[in-house]
Design a protein around this ligand. Sequence first.
Ligand SMILES: Cc1cc2nc3c(=O)[nH]c(=O)nc-3n(C[C@H](O)[C@H](O)[C@H](O)COP(=O)(O)O)c2cc1C
Length: 359
Amino acid sequence: MSLLFSETVFGSLALQNRLVMCPLTRNRATGNIPNALMAEYYAQRASVGLIITEGTSPSPNGLGYPRIPGIFSPAQVAAWKVVTDAVHARGAKMFTQFMHCGRIAHPLNLPAGAHVLAPSAVAAAGEMYTDAEGLKPHPVPQAMTEADIKSTIAEYAQAAKNAVAAGFDGIELHSANGYLLEQFIRPNSNQRTDRYGGSIENRARFVLEVADAVIAAIGKDKVGIRLSPYGVFNDMPLYDAMAADYTYLAQQLNARGLVYIHLVDHSPQGAPPVPDAIKAMFRKTFTRTLILSGGYDAARAESDLSAGMCDLIAVGRPILANPDLVARWKSGATLNAPDFSTFYTPGPKGYTDYPAITA
Ligand SMILES: Cc1cc2nc3c(=O)[nH]c(=O)nc-3n(C[C@H](O)[C@H](O)[C@H](O)COP(=O)(O)O)c2cc1C
């Protein structure tokens, strides 16, 4: 009896299985608005239990990369409704990931009037791609004022209402991988001396205020969060108090009763491993749904579910390349390999044209 392929209850929703599609930025949303191609792509993958969309910005200021979607304008909400309808018709539930890029952005990628904002005026090391001028160094962001913090929290809350209006079953706060929420948590990017910087109570304040605001807007059963303890992506170095800081976060998130925590472990791609003790701490401290992700195949997914390490398993690259991953894993069929060269390029190539073995 497979746990992975059996139905389960998730918050107030029923899932057709315990496989989750990871958030995957694919840069097909020309003009930052979802489209029919994206609806086709997500519908192709809707035999999983839960789809989490690609990082989607709750604010014009959060659109750090080219061609990523937003969920702050009426046109975006209407376009997402087409996507959620297509996915629901195939049986999956759908959350949208709120990704505010913060300092991982470039003015050339932002609409007129938007700003690169971050907790402190500290540029991330490295470069980022712009459609206009290719690779550019990360800029020095504007340190957010208290007024910026307030208005950004209000943007998250409004975007959460927009997500529900667009037919999403809920939202995932992207507090991983070096984007705005993690920029507040980590001491290298947060050098503030006010009540949003310094101690972990202060560095976690923005994330928790965002969580409180979206919960007040749409309810805790519709709010999950993604975290990457020990993640180093986007210039987020390891530091001594990491375990203690994430233990505090786990406790605070548990107290708020969010529907899930989604942990990232990118060690299969060469990142520092997330210690088993940290995963176990989250399992023990957080009483609702725990999702694990990073380098899973069917056997490891089944074994971690049976061991009780988590409730759901999320996969990225395997489902990117195999729209019918559930059928393939069930039957043991060979998998298509992901084509890295088309991960972030516009158009259907390497997006909707991966072959399925099932109709
Ligand atoms: C093309 C691509 C885009 C990604 N975009 C996002 C994203 O928007 N938000 C996010 O939290 N993680 C993103 N990730 C990370 C994945 O969600 C996932 O954690 C990672 O691929 C590891 O899982 P896997 O080994 O099953 O692929 C992305 C990964 C890839 C390969």
